[in-house]
Write a protein that binds this ligand. Structure first.
Ligand SMILES: C=CC1=C(C)c2cc3[nH]c(cc4nc(cc5[nH]c(cc1n2)c(C)c5CCC(=O)O)C(CCC(=O)O)=C4C)c(C)c3C=C
Ligand SMILES: [Fe+2]
Length: 417
């Protein structure tokens, strides 16, 4: 048995223990950590018998499966979004080789192992819930001679009146979403993906994001965004009976290679935080229609209580105003349109005028953008109270194929059919 076999064996045992703990609902953090540490075997212990990896570091997400990882995976604390354009002269053959390389690298990294010619950036860390998710943009299909296999769902999104989009930071032939609960692990993956691109593709744009660190709260809680709001409450849940139908492309559709896949809409949304923070709390809460402290509807109850949209206040006006973001985006106000929002916050420094270049890397997933993002954004564009405090600066729409079966690479069913 070689040293690397030994390492793999230790890693597998460790991951097994953590997987079971995760399935039982343990969460990385003060409470969960002890239970998981106790499950570590001796050969994973560091100096002095201390656990070699923390709970956060040791959690691994499967690369193979029906759907790609990074869609229903719980939000990670670090994210990188990167779009590539195929290099001049690169076509289907080069794209297939690239997806094969990227898939092999993603599989190795997500298992917490080092790729060949490693940079060493993530040495000592476990997989840290790393996910690497791959998608194809509209322009990919012409460049690879696959126009007949381009899904209609990749038709350009309509223009919205409030859009201030920068085309250089929008769209792209290929898109990669990287998420991890450790900043070095995430950056390591980003470097590996970029190196793998070699001469086949060039970075078009790249964005960095973050969420609250795993374990920062005493119990599992919905994320907060940089406006301080609880954000994610209304998301469809994997246990909902119609979850799969709303989020994932069914088999038997016009483009069979997309079965099990999903469409990602990506928007860089700048928050005008100086303006927002000047707004008194009661007005901030009316903009959303929910309490800032705990995300509960202004009509009462707790975070998960349904919005009572018809309830009137003593002044005879709706308690949740007509232009409140939660009202306008609610599925019942949009013919049932729903999407799975899975964003990262961003902060790219403070501008010369002293305002932060910060906001939301809004990523949402759906089986069809015309039944998810588009109708909701159309309505928000017309009358959302939040619009005065945000600016949509970049946009992308990507077809994210289903997860690869064992022995397959992502997108193989498109590229080798
Ligand atoms: C077109 C889709 C949406 C965009 C763009 C969007 C931007 C955006 N949203 C917030 C903050 C919150 N959004 C909330 C709910 C919510 N938002 C959307 C859609 C978009 N938001 C939906 C579909 C929903 C859920 C509605 C429901 O199911 O009832 C909330 C409330 C809490 C929650 O449910 O998550 C907040 C807060 C920001 C800051 C933002 C752009 C920067
Ligand atoms: Fe929203």
């Amino acid at each position: 048995m070689t040293d690397s076999d030994n390492l793999d064996l230790s890693r597998r045992r460790l991951l097994g223990a953590v997987g079971a703990a995760g399935a039982a609902g343990l969460v990385a953090g003060a409470a969960g950590g002890a239970g998981i540490s106790a499950a570590l075997s001796d050969d994973t212990a560091g100096a002095g018998g201390a656990p070699a990896l923390s709970t956060v570091g040791s959690t691994a997400v499967m690369f193979h499966g029906k759907h790609q990882a990074g869609i229903t995976t719980p939000l990670q604390s670090r994210g990188h979004l990167v779009a590539f354009d195929l290099a001049p002269g690169a076509g289907r053959k080069e794209a297939a080789a690239l997806l094969r390389r990227w898939s092999a690298t993603a599989k190795v990294l997500m298992a917490g192992k080092a790729p060949a010619e490693d940079t060493g950036i993530a040495l000592d860390a476990g997989p840290s819930s790393l996910t690497v998710t791959f998608g194809f943009g509209r322009t990919f299909f012409d460049r690879t001679g696959l126009a007949s296999r381009r899904p209609a769902e990749l038709d350009p999104l309509p223009a919205f009146s409030a859009d201030a989009l920068d085309p250089r930071r929008s769209e792209g032939d290929l898109w990669v979403q990287i998420g991890a609960d450790d900043a070095l692990v995430a950056f390591h993956a980003l470097r590996a993906v970029q190196k793998d691109a070699g001469d086949a593709a060039r970075v078009r744009w790249q964005m960095n994001g973050f969420n609250r660190s795993a374990g920062a709260t005493a119990k599992p809680m919905t994320a907060r965004n940089l406006m301080g709001q609880v954000d994610g409450t209304g998301n469809p849940k994997p246990t909902d009976p119609d979850f799969d139908r709303r989020i994932f492309v069914p088999a038997g559709g016009a483009q069979e290679w997309m079965a099990g896949g999903s469409y990602a809409v990506v928007r860089r949304i700048r928050m005008l935080l100086d303006d927002w923070e000047k707004l008194p709390l009661d007005r901030q809460e009316k903009v959303i229609g929910r309490r800032k402290s705990d995300g509960a509807p202004l009509t009462g109850g707790s975070e998960t209580t349904e919005l009572a949209l018809d309830k009137l206040g003593p002044d005879g006006k709706p308690v949740i105003p007509d232009n409140a973001h939660s009202r306008i985006s609610a599925p019942e106000q949009n013919g049932g349109a729903a999407m799975l929002r899975r964003p990262f916050s961003f902060h790219d420094g403070i501008g010369p005028d002293g305002t932060p270049d910060a906001g939301l890397l809004f990523v949402c997933w759906q089986a069809d953008p015309l039944r998810g993002f588009v109708p909701v954004q159309r309505k928000l564009d017309r009358g959302d109270a939040l619009s005065a405090f945000i600016r949509h600066e970049a946009s992308g729409l990507f077809a994210v194929p289903g997860g690869p079966a064992e022995g397959e690479y992502v997108g193989q069913r498109l590229l080798e059919a």
